[in-house]
Design a protein around this ligand. Sequence first.
Ligand code: RB5
Length: 161
Amino acid sequence: MSTSAIQSSIIIGCDHAAYPLKEKVKSHLIHKGIDVVDVGTDNEKSVDYSDFGAKVASQVSAGKFDRGILLCGTGLGMSMVANKYPRVRAALCNDLFSAIMSRRHNDANILVMGGRVIGEALAAEIVNSWLDTPFEGGRHQARIDNFKSFERIEQRRGIDD
Ligand code: RB5
C-alpha cells in the first residue's frame, strides 16, 4: 500500500456505454461513506474508453489511489487498457464469484464491470464483495511477484531497443 495513496478514496471512470451504471455505482459508494474521485465521462455522448481507462489506471499505477473502478459496455476494453499499466491488476467481474476471487487470489486493485452486461443491484453486490474481501497472500503473492518480473523485463527491453 502506498503511503501517499488516498486511502479512503476510490477513483472511478467510465465511457458513454456505462455512464448510467457508473452514476449508480458512484451513489452506492458515497452512501457507504467512501470518497469518490470521478474522472468521467459525465454523459452518454460517445467517447473512447481508453482515454478514461488511462485516467484511472495511471493514478493507481502511480500509487495515488489504492483502488479504482472502471466501467465500459462489456468491461473488456477497460480491462485491456488498465492492465497495460505497471502495478495495475484490473479484474473484469460481472459476477460475484469473480469479484471475490479477484481479491482473494489476484489482489485486484481495479474492479471492472460492464454497463451493458449487469444491472445496478448486481453491480452494488459486486462492489461490496470486492471491497470487503481481503487478499490471501502466501502462494498467491508469489504468483503475483512472478508476473511482476515480466513488467521489469518489458521495461528493460524498452530501454535496450
Ligand atoms: C462502446 O460501444 C463499447 O465498445 C465499449 O463500451 C466497450 O464495451 C469496449 O470494450
